[in-house]
Structure formats: C-alpha cells, structure tokens
Design a protein around this ligand. Structure first.
Ligand code: NAD
Length: 322
C-alpha cells in the first residue's frame, strides 16, 4: 500500500468532521474526499476540510483505499458492507452494527476481502481509562476482585433529537453510548457474562431505557456492577476496582486516577501527567499504520462485535429483548 493512504469520509456530521480534522497532522494519510447523503452537508464539509465532495458512495469508494464510516448506527451495516465488498479498509464508528448477526457479517466480509476492520471503541484511549489498565497489568492492586463502573449524566435531551431518539436507528442508549463502557470492562478484566440487569424508562421520550444497572461475572471470577444513566442531574463518572492488595479508582474523561495499597500511600495521576496522545488522533493513526505497516490495532471489529453482543445480553436480561 502506498503513502499517503487515501482516506474517504462517509458521513459529514459531528464526529465525522472531528475525525477528519484529527487526520491533518498525519503525513501517512490524506483525506481524499467526503460523501454524505445530504449533499449540502458534504459540500460544506469538503470546503471546511479542503477536500472533494463526492456525489455518491460508489464515486468516493473509487477514489480511496480506506474509509471512515461516521453515519448513524442503523446505516453502518449496509454502508460498511458496501465499502468492505469493494476491498476498502474500514474504520467504523461504534456501534459496529445494531445486531450481532450484522457485526458477524461485517467481520466475515472484511476477512474475505483481506482488509482491516476497526470499530471506534475510543474510550480505551482516554488517559484515565488507558492508565487504569496499565496499572492493573503492572499489578499495583494485586489480583482484581471486584469492579464498579458508574456513568451518569443528564443527557436525555441529546437522545430526544434526530436519529438518536429513534431506537431503530440508534439502538437506544446501550448500543449508542454504553458500548463504550462494555468494551472498556472487557478490555480491562476479560470476558464476562450478565448475571442480572434492570432498566428504567422514566420518561416516554426517548422510547428506550434511560437508566440501567447490571451485575456481571467475569470468567476470571471478578464480580462487577455497572450503572449508566442519561437522567441523572448531578452526573459523574467513576470506576473503582478492588484488588487483593489495594484499590484503584478513576473519574472517567477528566479528573484523576489513583490507587492505594493496603497500608500504603496513595498514588495519583492526572490526564496531563499520563500524557497519552489525543484519543481520536491515536485511534486513526493506529488504523492507518495497521494498513500501511501491518501493525496491531489497539481494538478491532471483533471488539466492536463483542460490545454489541454485551449490550444485547444486558437488554435481554432486562426483558427488553426476546
Ligand atoms: N466515538 C465517539 O466518541 C463518538 C462520538 C459521537 C458519535 N459517535 C458515533 O458516530 C456516528 C455518527 O454520530 P454523529 O454524532 O456524528 O451523528 P451526526 O448526526 O452528527 O452525523 C451523521 C451524518 O451521517 C449522514 N448520513 C446519514 N445517513 C447516511 C447515509 N445513508 N449515507 C451517508 N451519510 C449519511 C448525515 O447526513 C449526517 O451528516 C454514530 O454511530 C455515533 O454513535 C461516536
């Protein structure tokens, strides 16, 4: 594969344009063009990003080696399949697709075409999340015993607008947002099953669970609980892992990560002290380098598939799915 890699953007909305801006410092790739079902948006994005607006997905695919797919979840399967079947490497925003069967079909298509498939499980690359796994692997709290994750916020208005409000388009909050948390927990502590789950929909709109809790059991024996909300006025993000030799805690996207061994001093780090690269730049650089130099991806399509499968397992345990 030649450099710079020709990348196409499918979907010129919020995250698509953000990802395209992140590409700018990468000398190994260039944004060759953009396609959006809304031609006006595509044209505006092309001007902003100094690239070409293509009138159809086929026309964009003719011009590129790889694609960033940043359209609403219900479109990922069909658009992703089109790109993969044309032999294009694919970075697909999360959730990889809305059903496990569609995820599996995308994985199969990527394998058949011999191309890379990456799902945008970027949460792993945010500094405090990244550092939590580093420390666990270094054994700073010994063998993990239990994990508790809480992601709470008052985000219901975001989910009352556009495609996010329609469960057939977004998949609801578990698929649209909390696949991030489910992927992170699996990365941190390994495979898990859902012991029990319950969800609440206090408001008629959006028509899906707005606050949920689940009890998990990891194959390693670690016990876990997760609580996520889009109706919590105070909000907050916390992850706490109790280990045999100490406890580790962090506060999500900002704040601090700290651990304390039994009888020891507390050690803490801020995101600035951790100093990892900008997460969206990091994931795209990994995608590009995997294609060009066969480097290992930090997460791939299979990880995206497993996050979707976990979301469905929780919905099923809640009685929200057959
Ligand atoms: N990883 C993250 O941090 C993160 C953050 C936000 C969104 N996302 C994900 O990115 C995706 C897009 O979210 P967004 O907030 O950018 O949405 P958005 O509504 O801002 O943008 C979506 C764009 O896709 C276009 N589109 C819709 N259907 C299309 C089709 N069939 N063909 C071509 N273009 C089409 C729309 O016109 C729109 O411009 C979702 O899957 C979402 O979950 C991820």
């Amino acid at each position: 594969m030649h450099t710079p890699l020709n990348l196409g953007l499918i979907g010129a909305g919020g995250i698509g344009r953000h990802l395209a801006w992140q590409l700018r410092p990468l000398s190994e790739a260039r944004l060759t063009g953009v396609y959006d079902v809304d031609a006006t948006l595509a044209q505006r994005a092309a001007e902003e990003l100094e690239t070409t607006a293509y009138p159809s997905l086929d026309a964009l695919l003719d011009a590129v080696d790889a694609c960033i797919l940043a359209t609403p979840p219900h479109t990922h399967y069909a658009l992703g399949m089109q790109a993969l079947q044309r032999g294009k490497h694919l970075f697909c925003e999360k959730p990889l697709a809305l059903t496990v069967a569609d995820c599996d079909a995308l994985l199969h298509a990527a394998q058949q075409a011999g191309v890379r498939l990456m799902a945008g499980q970027v949460l792993r690359l945010f500094p405090l999340f990244w550092q939590s796994r580093q420390w666990l692997q270094e054994g700073v709290i010994g063998a993990p015993i239990a994990v508790n994750l809480q992601r709470r916020g008052y985000e219901i208005n975001l989910f009352r607008e556009g495609w996010r409000a329609d469960p057939t388009c977004s998949g609801g909050v578990l698929l649209e947002m909390n696949v991030h948390e489910l992927d992170y927990l699996r990365w941190l502590l390994g495979e898990f099953t859902v012991v029990a789950a319950q969800g609440s929909q206090p408001f008629p709109e959006p028509n899906f669970v707005q606050h949920w809790q689940a009890t998990l059991r990891f194959e390693s024996g670690v016990i876990g609980s997760v609580e996520c909300s889009i109706v919590d006025a105070l909000g907050g993000y916390t992850v706490r892992i109790v280990g045999a030799e100490g406890t580790l805690e962090h506060t999500g996207f900002s704040g601090v990560i700290r651990y304390k061994k039994h009888g020891g001093h507390e050690v803490s780090l801020t995101p600035e002290e951790i100093g990892t690269p900008e997460p969206y730049l990091w994931e795209l650089r990994s995608f590009v380098r995997a294609i060009l130099y066969d480097e290992t991806l930090p997460f791939d399509g299979y990880d995206g598939r497993m996050a979707v499968a976990s979301a469905h397992a929780i919905l099923q345990a809640m009685g929200r799915e057959a």
